[in-house]
Design a protein around this ligand. Sequence first.
Ligand SMILES: Nc1ncnc2c1ncn2[C@@H]1O[C@H](COP(=O)(O)OP(=O)(O)OP(=O)(O)O)[C@@H](O)[C@H]1O
Ligand SMILES: [Mg+2]
Length: 246
Amino acid sequence: MLLEVKDLKVSYGNIEALHGISFTIDKGEIVTLIGANGAGKTSTLLSLARLPRPEAPLVSGGDILYEGASILKTEPHVLIQKKMMVLVPEGRHIFGNLTVQENLQIADFPHRKDVNRVLITGEIQEQVYGLFPRLYERRKQRGELLSGGEQQMLAVGRALMTGSDFIMLDEPSMGLAPKLMYEMFRALKQLNFVKHITIFVVEQNAKVALDFASRGYVLKTGELIAAGTSEELAANPDVKKAYLGG
Ligand SMILES: Nc1ncnc2c1ncn2[C@@H]1O[C@H](COP(=O)(O)OP(=O)(O)OP(=O)(O)O)[C@@H](O)[C@H]1O
Ligand SMILES: [Mg+2]
C-alpha cells in the first residue's frame, strides 16, 4: 500500500470540509476522486500534500499513512525531497515571466546541492520534452504566452522534474480543449505504464476521469459515497445520474 487515508477530517476554521474519508492507493495505480464543485476534492489533495499555504485546510482528525507510516507531522519540503509525492495544483501556478525551460529547471530547486542531480535532471527534462513535444517547441517562450493546455502540460512537466513517482493532479482537464486534454491524459498514461508512476487525479469531469483511471472514489459534500473500479462506477445508477449526465 502506498497511501492509506484513514477517517480523514479537515476543516477551515469552524467549517469542516471533509467529514472522515477513508481510501487507499497502491503503488503503480491510477486512481481518481470525482465530485462536484465544493465536494472537497482540492481539500483532500491539499491535506495530502501538506502544503503550508494560507488557503490550506487543517487536518482535524484521522490519519494519512505513506507506506505504513503517518506523514501528518512530516514537513512538505521533506515529501518533495524524498520524492514521496508531488502535487500539480488547481490553476497550474506556472511562472508567467519565466520561459518554459526555466519553469522546468526551477522545479529542481530542492536538489540543487546534489551534483549528481544535475545529470539526472537533464535526463528527466529530456523525458518531459519527449512526453510533451509541444513544450520542447516552445521551450524559449514565456509561460504566460502558452495556451491553457500547454500551461497544464508545463505544470505536469514541472511536477515530473522533482523525480517523484507519485503524482497528484487537481482537475487537469479544466479548461482544456478535447484534443489537448486527450494528449495530456495519454502522456500521463504512458508515464504510468512505462515508469510505473502512481497517479491520483481529482476531477469534476467524471467521464474523462473514469476513462483514464482504473479505480475511483466519489466524493459528495465531504463524504465518500461510492467506490469501485471505473467500470463499476460508470455503471452505478447514482453516479450516472449525478456525474455522467444521466
Ligand atoms: N480557504 C477556504 N476557507 C474556507 N472554506 C473553504 C476554503 N477552501 C474551500 N473551502 C470550502 O470547503 C469545501 C470544499 O472545497 P474544495 O475546494 O475542497 O472543493 P472542490 O471539490 O475542490 O471544488 P471545485 O470542484 O470547485 O474545485 C467547500 O464548501 C468550500 O467552500
Ligand atoms: Mg477544487
